[in-house]
Design a protein. Structure first.
Length: 175
C-alpha cells in the first residue's frame, strides 16, 4: 500500500494540479471554439440552400416535350416544388431576365444560346446547359466556357447537383 500512496502523493504535487487545470481550460476553450466555428460556418450555408430551394425558381428554356422531361427529372426528387420550375418558350426568351437559374436544353435551344446569354440580367445568373455528349461544337464550347456562372452537363443524374450548386453560388435577390 505504501507504493500506491507514494504514487498518489507524487501526482498530487502542485505542478501536476496546475498542468491538469490548464489542460482542462484549454480543452474547454477548444471545444467552444470548434462549436462556434461549426455554427458560424455551416449554419449560413444551410439557411441559404434552404431558402434557395424553397423560394427560387428554375427557368427551363426548351420545347414543350423537352421541358416536360427536364421538369420531371428535377421535381421527381421532391427537392423542388413543381411551382418553382417554370417553362420559357423559345419565342419568349426575353423573359429570362426575371430568373437567376436558367436551364437550357441544347437540342431545342442551341440556335438561341447567344440571345439567352445577352438576355440574362447579369453575370450572377447561372446558366446550366443540358446537352448530349459531343453535341456542342468545339467553337461554341469555347465561347460558353468563357461565360461566367455557366455549366454544361450531359447526364440527368448530374443535372440536379449542378442546379443545387448554382443555387448556392449565385446571389439570392428575393425571387
Amino acid at each position: 500500500m505504501d507504493i500506491i500512496q507514494l504514487i498518489i502523493n507524487f501526482f498530487n504535487h502542485p505542478v501536476f494540479i496546475i498542468v491538469g487545470g490548464l489542460t482542462v481550460v484549454f480543452a474547454a476553450i477548444g471545444i467552444i471554439y470548434r462549436i462556434a466555428c461549426i455554427t458560424l460556418g455551416v449554419t449560413p450555408l444551410v439557411f441559404r440552400i434552404g431558402k434557395a430551394i424553397w423560394r427560387r425558381k428554375v427557368a427551363i428554356i426548351a420545347s414543350a416535350e423537352s421541358y416536360a422531361s427536364l421538369k420531371d427529372c428535377i421535381t421527381d426528387t421532391d427537392i423542388f416544388k413543381k411551382d418553382n420550375v417554370i417553362h420559357i418558350s423559345l419565342d419568349n426568351i426575353d423573359k429570362v431576365k426575371e430568373f437567376t437559374i436558367l436551364l437550357v436544353d441544347w437540342e431545342t435551344s442551341s440556335h438561341h444560346i447567344d440571345h439567352i446569354f445577352i438576355a440574362r440580367k447579369n453575370h450572377a445568373t447561372a446558366v446550366i446547359i443540358f446537352a448530349k455528349a459531343g453535341s456542342i461544337p468545339h467553337e461554341k464550347m469555347g465561347e460558353i466556357a468563357n461565360k461566367s456562372n455557366t455549366v454544361v452537363v450531359n447526364f440527368k443524374g448530374r443535372l440536379l447537383n449542378d442546379i443545387l450548386n448554382s443555387l448556392i453560388t449565385t446571389s439570392f435577390n428575393g425571387q
